[in-house]
Write a protein that binds this ligand. Sequence first.
Ligand code: DAH
Length: 353
Amino acid sequence: MSLQERILALETEVKTAAADTAEAVERFRVAYLGRNGAVTALFDDFKQLAAEEKKALGQRLNQLKQAAQARLDELKLAVDQQRDERAGLDDPTRPAALDGAGSLHPITLVRRRIVDIFAHIGFTVSEGPEVEDDHHNFGALNFPPEHPARDMQDTFFVAQGKGVTPGAADALALRTHTSSVQVRVMEGQRPPIRTVSPGRVYRNEAISARAHCMFHQVEGLYVDKGVSFAELKGTLDHFAKAMFGPEVVIRMRPSYFPFTEPSAEVDMSCTICAGAGCTVCKHSGWVEIMGCGMVDPAVLSNCGIDPLVYSGFAFGMGVERIAQLRYRVPDLRLYWENDVRFLEQFSAEAFRG
Ligand code: DAH
């Protein structure tokens, strides 16, 4: 066999060699790369060649040596890994692998962040039931009996007794907003009250990219002597900057809610185009982030708080909306599908909860 043929034959041999124990790996090393090994022997023969042939075969020979070394490393690694695995299985005290640890849902991350921002400025956290009665969800909040929200078209009523009478004083429904928690807090506590209420809410909506029949809100309430609209604006401005960055500004537009007077809608300068105009802000430079207002004196009275002594402000925001602006998620349905490819993208973020 010529030297070239021997190189070729050895190359195939080396690349397909197997070894599943440390001893077999050592035998491989000795057989090919050891002092009397087959590859080493070729180098001795190589020395005898004429200069012309050396030139042609030198590189091939080096490649063979590298291939043998690479195969040796590969076999050694595999055997080491196997040994480690076996040792690992035998050790029940070994810490579990962190591989595949879960991550917080983006809605959880954003809800915690919102609550955290208000907690830092003295707001407590309160919660109420998701199945709510008419009084807390509508009546005490000044919704007149004929208000469209009290219709089955808009609200999921929970069957009670023989039938369901939407709007009846004893009707139970899935709460349509977290404003119901305001009522529970005011009924149960005396001012000063400063609280935020995060929670899930339900509306009878067809599911689409922009609407869902369940979503999350965070409600805010501040009741004390002499609470002013200026404090409301200052508080929400602080929130927007803490959530989205010091460069954002807010504006308020007059609006209407049955439970606040005056009421306002809060817009924030678009974080996506910085006010230049894009599809998210519909080229206006502003995006709506929440509703708010001064607690209607009738609502204070309904909850046993004297409106001649106390005043308050309230606000309510959608967590999905805030998350959409923070993460630029274009379709609300993604929050509910729990596709791991979507959820994994939030694994690097952790807000203190
Ligand atoms: N409850 C309102 C809604 O679901 C949001 C809201 C608006 C809450 C104004 C408030 C408020 O507390 O003052 O659309």
